[in-house]
Design a protein around this ligand. Structure first.
Ligand code: BGN
Length: 287
């Protein structure tokens, strides 16, 4: 088996809990969509990260053990920027965390929901995380008061982004880019749908699942949930899915039957890299 399950941190009980309000936050950060890897690297301290992209505060126990799951394909530059930015922010937030990059083997079309499900399933086997955050590779939080912790409801961490104009997200039921679930919450809505290959709709489907399962997304304060979207030239490798309207219209009657519990995949590789754990999967036909 590829997975080396790690035991819970030994001295967990010996240390006090980290403060409810982390004391080293900087608040609003000045990041532009054109930010370069050099700029992100300069201001970050990557010293205390253990192999596979894991971190645990030195002097206290993180209030949350957060797994960041990044569905990924073909965005190497963005991945480096995103991961380095995350390490810097999450350390200031005094979380215990790990970063997991989940990729699917070619030639299967990109499927963000399926990758999220496969990521959650895998990460659950690695460590007892308390919070799972599904994170787009091209989105950077711009205010570190946007704490990557879970809540008593699923969290949509984004309230504004450079992609969506200045005053609001595109629509009230938009749940794209960055969402967070406890293990129980993710199970309760059966995760994402596995059926959305290509671009679009899987996040709207997730919104329907959360609502159908009797939950409601919460968001941080508007000024805190601002994200910068890294610039790239279109989704050439990820074309719009023409089936998304039909799939979405059936979401309500389908969510219990397929999702995180039924996702069919094979793990081809799992590597503990310096700044993140890389998981390569192959989709099995049935999903
Ligand atoms: C929506 C997409 C979302 C995407 C946002 C970005 C669909 C389903 C058919 C209505 N939804 O239109 O997936 O995140 O745009 O703003 O395409």
């Amino acid at each position: 088996d590829l997975i080396a399950k790690s035991a819970p941190k030994k001295n967990r009980s010996a240390l006090p809990l980290c403060p409810e309000q982390p004391s080293h936050l900087v608040g609003k950060m000045n990041i532009k969509p054109t930010v370069t890897l050099e700029e992100v690297t300069k201001e970050n301290n990557l010293k205390n990260i253990s192999f596979g992209g894991r971190y645990s505060p030195q002097n206290c126990n993180g209030r949350e053990r957060t797994a960041i799951i990044i569905p990924y394909r073909d965005r190497k530059e963005h991945l480096e920027i995103c991961v380095r930015h995350l390490h810097a922010v999450l350390q200031r937030q005094e979380l215990e965390y790990g970063i997991y990059v989940v990729e699917m083997a070619l030639p299967t079309q990109f499927n963000r929901g399926l990758l999220a499900n496969a990521g959650v399933r895998t990460v659950r086997e690695i460590y007892d995380y308390t919070c799972f955050i599904i994170h787009d590779v091209d989105m950077l939080m711009t205010d570190d008061r946007n704490l990557y912790r879970c809540g008593n409801q699923p969290v949509h961490f984004l309230t504004l982004s450079t992609k969506h104009g200045n005053n609001s997200i595109s629509y009230a039921d938009y749940y794209g880019a960055v969402v967070g679930f406890t293990s129980e919450q993710y199970q309760k809505c059966n995760g994402f749908s596995n059926l959305y290959f290509g671009w679009g709709g899987e996040d709207d489907d997730l919104g329907i699942r959360v609502q159908s399962a009797g939950m409601k997304f919460i968001r941080p304060k508007k000024e805190i949930g601002m994200y910068v979207a890294l610039l790239h030239d279109g989704d050439v490798s990820n074309q719009r899915n023409p089936n998304r309207y039909v799939l979405l219209s059936q979401a309500k009657s389908r969510w219990m039957e397929e999702g995180v519990e039924t996702v069919q995949f094979q793990r081809l590789a799992l590597e503990y890299r310096k700044l993140y754990t890389w998981i390569l999967i192959r989709v099995k036909e049935e999903s």
